[in-house]
Structures are given as C-alpha cells and as structure tokens.
Design a protein around this ligand. Structure first.
Ligand code: PMP
Length: 413
C-alpha cells in the first residue's frame, strides 16, 4: 500500500509541530510516539492555557467574591460549556466533572446502580472491556448480590452481537460497554446495541475513553444513558474527565461523595444537596486540569473531528499493511471496524522485551495486558505490543516502527 495521501480534507500534518514533546530525541533517535491510547500528548495551546491560569488567575472556584476567584470560575465553568457542546449534551447540568473515566464509571456503579440493584439482578458487560469497566461492576455486585455477566467476542475481537442480545433479559439492569476497545481497537456498533438494550428497558453506560479523542461523539444521537471519558486521552491534562448522564437520571441519583461545594445547606440534622452538576462534585476540583481540558476541546475542534478520524483511519490502514508484511508478525484484533489502535505479537518475543528494544530505537509503544486481562485470556496471551496513533502521527512514524521491528526480529533470530 502506498503512503496515505494528504488531501485538503485530511491534511493535518501541520498539527505535529504544535506538540512540543514530540520534538526530541530518545536514546539517540527522534521520538516516535505510538502510545496515545495510554495517554495522548498535549499541544502548546493546552500547556499554555494551564500555565496562564497558574500564573495569572489561580484561586479556588465558586465561593470567592474576589476577582481571581471569578476568573478561575469563569475558566473552569467555561470548560463545562465546551464539553457540553463537544458531545452534544442537552444541558451543562449533565456534564459532571470527574477525575476521569474510572471515576465516572464508579460514580454510576455506586450512585445509580447500588441503590436499585437487588439479589438476582444482572449487570451485563463484554469481554472487550477495560478493567475500569469491569471492576466497578464487580464491586457493586458484591455489595448487592447482583451478578455480572459477560458477552463473548470472536477471533477478530468483535462482540458476538447475537449472544449479547440473548443475554439482554429482564434481569439485566445495566449494560456497560466500551465504545472503542483500548486493547484491540474494535469500534462497537453502538447505535444498534444501545437501541436493542433500550428496547428491553436496560440502561446503558458507554465507556468512551478511546472514542472521544478520535471521532465525533453525539451522546443524544447514541441514545445511551451515561457516557464516560478522560481528558488525558484527548490531548488534555491527566486527572480530569467527564461523566455525562441524562439529567432526569442524575437528578434522581444520590450524591457519590460528600463534602464542600456539593451542598446548599448543612446542619447536623440535615443537609440540602446542591443542584446538578455540583451535587456530584464534592471538594475543590481539578481546576487547572479542567481548564486544560477545555483548551484541548478547542484544539480538537479547530482541527475538526472528522479530519482527525479520516487522517487516523488512513494511517491505521497504512500501518496494518506494513505490519502484515513483517515476517513472523501476527495482528491481534482485526475487527472490521477498527480505530487507530493495533495490537500484535512478533514471533514468540515477549512483548516487554520487544517494547524495550523498540524504546532503544526511540519508538514508544505499550506492552502487556493493557488493563484488559480478559481480552488477553481470550486470545491465550500474556500480553501484546500495541501501537496506537494520534492526530499528530504520520507515515514516517509508521515507517520508523517497521524499521525498529525488523531490527528486533534480527536481534531475537
Ligand atoms: N476505559 C478505557 C477503554 C481506557 O482505555 C481507559 C484508559 N486506559 C480507561 C477506561 C480508564 O481511563 P482513566 O485511567 O483515564 O480513568
């Protein structure tokens, strides 16, 4: 296959120079960063927005009458508005600021599911899930006597839709499903799956950590009830994220954590909780992280999510064609709909050894179970090597990966 053609629509090569960290040598080689699925790099616009806030505007939000507190509040709440329109939520009250996908899912498990689950009820997930979309459900099942059930995947790494549907019985109270698999890159056909679940009266939480950075996401069009995602996967700072939920559901849910900011009135007999979204935001939030998250959304929108999707799709196809040509390389995860993530094995080289050899050549990939141990068990593997692309990657990065893999193959021959 030839290199992806830059067209007017997908020519986002200029992006790369906006990401200062990419301009460096690692172990004597130009850095090739192929680990965006673990954490994406940040553009100068995000770094500068955070630094500007720290230098000029830092104060606690919401409670202060002074100018700096007003400025900080405006920036922090401005990020909520940006996130609201980015995922097409119907109201800013539906955007709960969290520390990330993990906290968002735990919030739903404890605040939405725990009060309603009874012994005999079921939570349904799939074999593709990240540990963050497994363990919170295990915990709430242990607390309530409910049962966790799991829909299987096929050898390509796709959810078996008939089996998923067959598991959607009256006993299932919630389906927790990833939009895009972080281990295999599989894009789930969510519109269809969510429609089936909703028709059967099942609530749906989507783990969107690996989707929102790479494609347009419209939570209203999807028809789910909750959608969770993280800032650091989408070129923003770590420790910030969002839980989107339908307003009526969030209204009815009890708070997840107690503390300052989530109350209107406190006395020793009774506490009146704050309105949405603040009811779920106890304590001083990650102000700088959310401001950076807002700047990340601005940046992604300026490039255009459709452009990013097309660019990454073309680059992923190019990478797959190059990887397939390497002797002894086996792709793990070959779903018909795949995002810009590719797992693979090279002969019987242990992924950690392979990752180390690649690092010596300046190529950063992720190795191991990718916080998705059941996926590895399904394929009978201790782990894989995973190359994941971001909007700033280009075909030179893929070519460097291939050179490094060929070298590793020779080292272990
Ligand atoms: N779900 C998926 C699919 C992920 O890839 C990740 C991060 N690897 C998470 C959940 C957890 O995200 P965070 O650590 O930001 O909470």
């Amino acid at each position: 296959m030839s290199q992806p053609q830059a067209t007017e629509a997908n020519d986002i090569a200029y992006c790369r120079s906006d990401f200062p960290v990419l301009d460096q040598a690692v172990n004597g080689h130009p850095l090739v960063y192929l680990d965006s699925a673990a954490s994406a790099q940040q553009p100068a616009a995000v770094i500068d927005a955070v630094a500007r806030y720290q230098r000029e505007d830092h104060a606690n939000v919401h409670r202060g009458v002074h100018t700096l507190s007003h400025r900080a509040t405006e920036l922090y709440e401005g990020a909520r508005d940006k996130l609201c329109s980015f995922i097409n939520a119907s109201s800013r009250a539906e955007i709960i600021h969290t520390s990330g996908t993990t906290e968002s899912i735990n919030l739903v498990a404890q605040s939405y599911c725990r009060p309603m689950l009874q012994a005999g009820d079921q939570i349904l997930i799939t074999w593709l899930e990240h540990h963050s979309n497994i363990v919170p459900w295990q915990l709430v099942c242990e607390q309530t006597g409910a049962e966790l059930i799991v829909a299987p995947i096929n050898d390509r790494g796709e959810v078996e839709l008939d089996e998923l549907r067959a598991l959607m019985t009256d006993r299932v109270k919630l389906l927790g499903i990833g939009h895009v698999s972080n281990a295999l890159g599989t894009i789930n056909p969510l519109l269809e799956i969510i429609a089936d679940a909703k028709q059967r009266g099942i609530s749906v939480l989507v783990d969107g950590a690996q989707a929102v950075p790479h494609m347009n996401v419209d939570v209203q069009a999807l028809g789910c009830d909750f959608y969770a995602f993280s800032s650091h996967k989408m070129i923003g700072p770590t420790g910030a994220g969002v839980l989107w939920g339908r307003e009526a559901l969030l209204e009815a849910m009890p708070p997840y954590k107690g503390g300052g900011d989530m109350i209107l009135e406190v006395n020793f007999e009774h506490t009146v909780f704050n309105e949405l979204p603040y009811k779920f935001e106890a304590g001083t939030p990650n102000i700088s992280g959310m401001i950076g998250f807002g700047a990340a959304v601005d940046y992604l929108q300026s490039v255009g999510m459709d452009n990013i999707y097309q660019h990454e799709k073309a680059l992923h196809s190019y990478m797959v064609s190059k990887l397939k040509a390497i002797d002894g390389l086996h792709l793990i995860g070959t779903a018909r709909e795949q995002a810009s993530v590719q797992s693979f094995r090279l002969n019987d080289i242990h992924p950690h050894d392979l990752g180390t050899i690649l690092d010596h050549q300046g190529v950063a990939v992720r190795t191991g179970h990718h916080c998705a141990m059941p996926v590895m068990q399904r394929f009978g593997l201790p782990g894989t090597t995973r190359a994941s692309l971001g909007l700033y990657n280009n075909s030179d990065d893929v070519d460097q990966l291939v050179v490094a893999l060929e070298k590793a193959r020779q080292v272990f021959a």
